[in-house]
Design a protein around this ligand. Sequence first.
Ligand SMILES: [Zn+2]
Length: 394
Amino acid sequence: MRRETVARPDAIRRHNLGLLLGHVHRDGELTRAQLTQRLALSRSTIGALVADLTESGLLDERVPNGGERAGRPSHVVAPREDGPYAVAVDVDVSRVSCAAVGIGGHVLARHAVANTEPASARLTATLIAESIDALAQQMKPGAWPVGIGVSVPGTVSRTDAMVEFAPNLGWRDEPFGKLLSSVVPEGFAVAVGNDADVAMMAEHLRGAARDCDDAVFLMGRIGVGAGVIANGSPLRGRDGHAGEVGHNVVDASGPRCHCGKRGCVETYVGDKALLKLAGRRRLPTSESVAALFADARGGDERAATAVRTVARSLGHTVATLVNVLNPERVILGGSLAGVFEFAADEVAAAMDEYAMSVAHEAVQLCTPGLGADSTLLGSAELAFARLLADPLAR
Ligand SMILES: [Zn+2]
């Protein structure tokens, strides 16, 4: 009992440290006056919290110059480039992209490895472990990693970072979190999530859904999946598999899907469908898909028709999501952003046809506010979660 009463003030302080760090992490540099207002704490308490965070090497504080006139300018609290960073990883079928992401969501360094075919879970873990060093070499002296956050295009168990099913990677029941932990330096915390889920998280924090508590991120690469924010919180489902719309069957006599079924959404909306419709035999990579979009814009009629055809299937998929989830915003990521930019009219026409009018009227479609980095920045959030929850627990 005695221990509990002694611990309480410390617990409150740690909670407040996490809140303060969270504000600077989401919004970048803020003045002490802004922090005082946001946290509704006294100026002296904010001063003490800032001192704790600067002494721990988590944040920097400086006095803005040019304060010649009467009145003291408020100190500015900011992320530091030689402070903590997350090793963020986006595992895709043709590429493993890694980045060092600092407090504030700034990408400080990048490293990517292209694959001609999907890498096994073990090889992927090794590639990531090698990337940790490649990133560290680009960082300022003194900067230190808080852990690794990895996103994969598949279903990930909430409890043990097991990748249960990633059909386009060819992974099934891979203990990926454990595999990765066994090859990275000791003490490195590892977190794994689904690519669309983490992209949604990043867009909700700083991107196109920042001010919006009911949103869907529909990710389309080779596979298709959705991340959902409902009433301000991630919608996960019992096991963490909510949003696997890519394997909803549209037509049971349709094309064979990697998952074993026929006519799944991703056989109509994913990158393979796009390239096939355009008559291209190239591997589905971000480069081959970008080239197809460029050709469509340049007047290549077959490429343009392929994008419009996919746009209609995309509109149908979005209509289903809108009917079920009634979101305020649907963010179209990966190659779906390119489809939407080129053929928004076709997407809208299919939505008119398939969505219930009430839900349809309320929804806005858009592309990611964080560009192509939503997934990487969301992966970084997986790694930052522990630090933000308790900044002094290192
Ligand atoms: Zn499927």
